[in-house]
Ligand binder design. Structure first.
Ligand code: DC
Length: 230
């Protein structure tokens, strides 16, 4: 009997839970498009900052989100990128990774109008199919009909350790306690916001990654993709 293959895979979880790395590798394994939805919130934040729109001004930031034409596509340049992020045709793939954007993106992503505008666009991109979508609310809000939903988690200490090691690898020397503190702060903000809070969908498969290697998590996800029937 022929079975239809899994076409849309949703991966959610908190910062540094390993979802980005897992999604990237899972997408590469399946030959699917890796779609990191966080880049859209980053793009809106970048343009609000560039235009000197105060990020606390919900109405103005929402107007920016509604007006921008954002697309995320397979990479067109070989500079280590995993996708192109285009805003009104401009390539902002690297600009959205600035520290300033990091600092303000959580607030921007808490605005209802911003989420509405971006959710709509994410659904359109997801509807192209053969996609691994990563975010905080993919299984619950953006693609509740996804063929497979995975929710990754790990303890705050473990996740802070990963972020700390990444920073050290880049030549920075942060205090571990600071990294842990800001991780907990962001978790709290993302999971208690009233709109699309970070939480697993009822039918998501939970993978607790503390103590697991990336290869072990990947093997589990590949098996789930093979077992799941749309
Ligand atoms: O994964 P990231 O750090 O690039 O995400 C940036 C911000 O966007 C983060 O504060 C959470 C938010 N986000 C969200 O609210 N919903 C998504 N689907 C993706 C990201």
């Amino acid at each position: 009997m022929l079975s239809r293959k899994v076409s849309t895979i949703a991966i959610d979880g908190p910062a540094a839970s390993g979802k980005t790395t897992l999604a990237r590798r899972l997408a590469a394994r399946l030959g699917y498009f890796y779609f990191d939805t966080g880049v859209m919130y980053r793009a809106v934040t970048l343009f609000a900052l560039r235009r000197a729109v105060p990020v606390e001004d919900e109405r103005s930031v929402t107007a920016v989100a509604e007006e921008l034409i954002i697309d995320v596509r397979p990479p067109s340049v070989e500079d280590g990128r995993l996708y192109d992020v285009l805003v009104n045709g401009e390539d902002v793939t690297w600009d959205i990774r600035s520290h300033k954007v990091d600092t303000h993106v959580s607030l921007v992503s808490s605005y209802a109008g911003v989420r509405q505008a971006l959710t709509l666009r994410q659904r359109q991109i997801g509807a192209r199919g053969d996609v691994v979508m990563v975010g905080r609310d993919i299984g619950t809000v953006v693609m509740p009909e996804a063929d497979l939903k995975i929710y990754l988690d790990a303890s705050a200490e473990e996740r802070a350790r990963r972020r700390f090691q990444e920073a050290v690898g880049r030549g920075n020397s942060p205090e571990f306690e600071d990294v842990l503190g800001s991780m907990k702060e962001r978790d709290h903000f993302d999971s208690t916001r009233s709109l699309a809070p970070l939480k697993p969908a009822d039918d998501a498969v939970l993978i607790e990654t503390t103590g697991l290697t990336l290869d072990e998590v990947l093997a589990r996800a590949v098996a789930l993709a093979q077992e799941s029937q749309p």
